[in-house]
Design a protein around this ligand. Sequence first.
Ligand code: CP
Length: 320
Amino acid sequence: MKNYLSITDIPDLDIAIQEALEMKEAPYAFAKAGTQKTIGLLFFNSSLRTRLSTEKAAKNLGMEVMTLNVNSDSWQLEFEDGTVMDASKAEHIKEAAQVLSQYCNILAVRAFPTLENKAQDEAEVVFTAFTQYATVPIVNLESSTAHPLQGFTDAITLFELTEQCRKEGRKPKVVLTWAPHPRALPHAVPNSFVKTMQRLDVDFTITNPEGYDLNPEIAKDASIIHNQEEALKDADVVYVKNWSSYVSYGTVIPQEGNWMVTAKKLEVTKQAKVMHCLPVRRNVVIADNVLDSEASAVIQQAGNRTWAAQWVLHKILKNG
Ligand code: CP
């Protein structure tokens, strides 16, 4: 693996899940793989899990870690080619990416979308520039349209949560449900979750209100149901996430009814486990009576971020 920009960069997801679970059992089995190697973590946006789990993963592999909050700690970066840099942006990505590549053996980057300009967001300007100008591998820590480390984490967690289905010899029913949020949120997490589910042997359904269908090029032939109660029926795993409208790009459309996931709504499921990438707004997205119950798998899921990152970094290191 050279770069990790999409869940599709993992050639065999089933094998990757098993190898990541082996790392969970033996975190220091490859403690020398990253000796005398440095990873640079570049954050254009806030993070708790991604930052610390990736740092931990790199350290478990023996790597040195340097973390930069780009917007607050560094020079403002210009990404446009041929621009006259006479305003606030002091450094061009052409120099920055090449300089960072002198200091780091891997660069990992988080850069969220504007949610204002769909074409610009989908062009992944920051990641395109880093992959073009950096001379070392690039890892996506969440871009405008993808969060592949979260996607891989979700695959690992789903495997752990569905042992009973495997014993019964049936596919787990997995439902991705939209839930409310006061702010407009990106599509990166649901996009990567959908792409991940397309690669696993699951019975997958998406439920969201009218106007919130995901990018049809990503959702492709996924079953989309606009009635949450109907969708949740017999679910084994419910993945909860808010996203802003894709068709009315980046907007929050006022909703009738309440899509928040509660214990009452889960009564129609097969005692489903509930996943969410976190952070989660309690009693807006998911009710306390779910998050504080046996149904919640969100802490286990967040813990698995380390093993997903560690598997990816190890593959890149092995590639040289
Ligand atoms: N799920 C996730 O990416 O969390 P952070 O935004 O805290 O990194």
